[in-house]
Structures are given as C-alpha cells and as structure tokens.
Ligand binder design. Structure first.
Ligand code: BTN
Length: 302
C-alpha cells in the first residue's frame, strides 16, 4: 500500500483503542478475525418495509457514543416531534443497563438501538411498553429464523436461560401528561468470550444461537424497526393487552418458583404470567399479587 511500518502501527493502535481484536499472521500481516460488519444508515433504510419507513424520521449511525439512549435524550428538544428518531452506534463507552448496570458494548459486534416516541397520556399509559418491546424483538428474530428466544419479566431477552438482550426505557417530560420516551434495545450479536467476561450473568449472542449464520447487523436493525415502529404507533391507543398472550407464550419463568427482590424486600412465590398492564402475577400464600416493574428483579428460586 506504499505506507510505512509506523503508519501501519498507528492504524493498529487506533483499532486497539476501539477495542477491535487484531491477529497477526506470521509473514503476512494482520487481520481482524471474522472481518467487520459495519453499520450503514442507507442499508437500514433500504431494507425497511414501506409502512415502517413512513414512521421513521431519522436513523443516525454513530461510530462511538457514551450511550445511544443518552444521545437520543439529548436530542429531545422541547416542542420537537421525537417520533421515529432512531440512533444506533458501533460502540458505547458508557452503555446503560437496567438498575444502574453497565451494558457491555464492544465495537461493531452487537446492536445498540435507541428510538424515541411520545405519548400523551403520561407514564401510566406506558405500563407494559417494555414488555411489548420484548415481544416485538422476539418476533423480528423469529422472522429471521433466529431462536429459540424467550422473555424474562420484565424485559430480558433470553436463549435457554442465557441473556441475549435487554430493554431500557428512559423518559423525559411530564409524567402526568405529554411524555417523551426513549426505548433502548441491546442485543448481543457476535461478542468474543474475552469481552463477554465483563458481564456478570450468563449471556449468549446470536452467532452462538444460529451457529454463525447471523444476518448482517443492518439487516437485523431493519427487521427490529419493522416490528418496533408499528408497535409504537399503536401502543397509545391499544396498550399492552393485545401483546399479553404472546408475552405469556414466551415467558421463560412461567409457573416457576421465583424470588422477587424489591429494594430491601424479598418475596417468594410462583410466577403466574402477567396481567393486562404488564404487571407480574406473583402467587404467594396470601393469593396472587400484581408486581410492577422498576427496581424489582426476578430469579429462579432454585
Ligand atoms: C438491560 O439491562 O437488560 C437493558 C439493556 C439495554 C441496553 C441498551 S443498548 C442501547 C441503549 N443504550 C443504552 O445505553 N442502553 C440501551
């Protein structure tokens, strides 16, 4: 290529800064194992169904960002229409998980997707939204023959008990009126064991699930948006109830003994699915009680 060894080193250092794994091949040079499957906003747009394309305002693809959710929240300026604003990134330097956890977000490996919408009925109209988002994500994966995927209340996406992805909703505006919501979806696509070792629970990715036959990430993003955008358009009017049966059919912990942690409190019971508002139905000695999201976590009791 007519460039010096030092110039090559500079580029290799830049790749290392981005966390991209590079192998050296004796006598030949360097290579990125598996190559790089990069994001491209035009490719995503081209692959969308026309109905979703009409609901999309903008797709931003960033090389690096603290968090795509944080980025979309920054973009929500008073009075502007947030609907259909989409942001994705090759990597997140401060990816956010639920309950203050970090979301491990290596470069060009996974999907980090955030999308804005607004609702006029305040935060209560959003009960169940994150559960419906989980169902929509599973629909997209099934459409691409990627599975078998299940859901763990409130919004973990699992394959055989290992975490494949998760949903984080963040809001701004008036909790009793006009509210702007950022829906964040993280999906592990092709993460190395070394990078994944930073995750403090059992995890998996689409490459493992599909035996390496995962479609390109632009294709995955389009399939996800094809499900998510129409869901958001209808959610204000319909709420969670049309999604409930499908959620229950995907419930990884249906009828399982569970422990619920809510702050300092802990409740044991049997998970009996969810109600029309997305609350977990926990069967205890004193009957079935609905439990809403927030800082509650759920673990198999055994
Ligand atoms: C969870 O803890 O299960 C939720 C994880 C949500 C991660 C996604 S990645 C895209 C968006 N940006 C973030 O910082 N977090 C969400």
């Amino acid at each position: 290529m007519g460039i010096s060894r030092t110039a090559v080193w500079k580029q290799l250092n830049r790749l290392a800064e981005l966390g991209i794994e590079v192998e050296s091949v004796k006598g030949q040079g360097y290579r990125v194992p598996g190559g790089l499957d990069l994001l491209d906003a035009n490719r995503v747009r081209e692959q969308l169904k026309p109905a979703s394309s009409n609901l999309l305002r903008e797709v931003r693809v960033l090389e690096s960002v603290d968090s795509t959710n944080a980025e979309v929240l920054r973009q929500l300026v008073d009075g502007s229409d947030p609907r259909g604003l989409v942001c994705t990134a090759e990597r997140q330097t401060a990816g956010r998980g639920r309950r203050g956890r970090q979301w491990v977000s290596p470069f060009a490996r996974n999907i980090y997707l955030s999308l804005a919408w607004d609702f006029s009925e305040g935060a209560s109209a959003l009960e169940g939204l994150s559960l419906a988002i989980g169902v929509a994500a599973v629909r997209a994966l099934k459409e691409l023959n990627l599975g078998p995927v299940s859901l763990k209340w409130p919004n973990d996406i699992l394959v055989e008990g290992a975490k494949l992805g998760g949903v984080l909703l963040e809001m701004s505006g008036d909790a009793a009126g006009q509210i702007q919501v950022v829906i964040g979806l993280g999906l592990n696509v092709s993460m190395s064991a070394a990078t994944g070792s930073a995750i403090d629970q059992s995890w998996t990715d689409l490459d493992r699930v599909s035996g390496g036959r995962t479609p390109p990430r632009n294709h995955l993003l389009a399939a996800l948006l094809d499900e998510l955008l129409p869901l958001l358009q209808n959610f204000d009017r319909e709420g969670f109830s049309p999604w409930r049966d499908e959620w229950r059919a995907l419930d990884a912990l249906a009828d399982a003994q569970v422990l619920l942690h809510s702050g300092p409190d802990q409740f044991a019971g049997i998970a009996r699915g969810v109600d029309d508002r997305g609350a977990l139905l926990l069967e205890t000695a004193s009957g079935i009680r609905p439990v809403f999201g927030g800082e509650v976590s759920l673990r198999p009791a055994s």
